[in-house]
Unconditional design. Structure first.
Length: 154
């Protein structure tokens, strides 16, 4: 059985990464209300679907992508049921091609690890290298769930 804590409205007492600490510091500083849960390690869409059922919020799928030259980077936030078609996204962005960025660049630029990609990664992008791209289906909802920069918090 997949563990998920009760919903909390405060920051985590013990942050597991610099990104996670920055996420909560930023939300509190900007006075942005949030709800969070702690879970077993969630690194697959199946885990996210379990979080959806327990939390009554839809988790998003966040992909860290780059051009073939590795000179332009994108965080693509979409619904979990939306298949990723690199050609369609690259066409809509007006670039020749796009693919998954290497894990070492994911850790270096937005400070994220595999399985913990999140829109909050832009908080760590001090050089403004990453463009955030939202799927219109995500924007149609009032709320969505995402990782807090770890595989055990949303």
């Amino acid at each position: 059985m997949f563990f998920e804590s009760d919903i909390m409205e405060n920051a985590s007492d013990s942050c597991k990464s610099h990104l996670q600490e920055t996420v909560y510091e930023s939300l509190i500083k900007l006075q942005i209300p949030f709800e969070r849960v702690s879970t077993d390690e969630a690194i697959s869409l199946e885990h996210c679907m379990e979080i959806n059922q327990i939390s009554d919020v839809e988790m998003v799928k966040t992909l860290f992508l780059c051009t073939s030259e590795k000179t332009a980077f994108h965080l693509f936030i979409t619904t979990p049921d939306q298949p990723f078609k690199a050609k369609d996204l690259s066409n809509s962005l007006g670039i020749s091609s796009i693919s998954f960025a290497p894990s070492e660049l994911m850790e270096q630029i937005p400070g994220m690890k595999i399985g913990a990609a999140t829109v909050f990664g832009v908080l760590m992008d001090t050089e403004n290298l990453v463009q955030v791209v939202f799927d219109k289906n995500v924007l149609s909802g009032e709320w969505y769930g995402c990782s807090d920069g770890t595989t055990t918090g949303s």
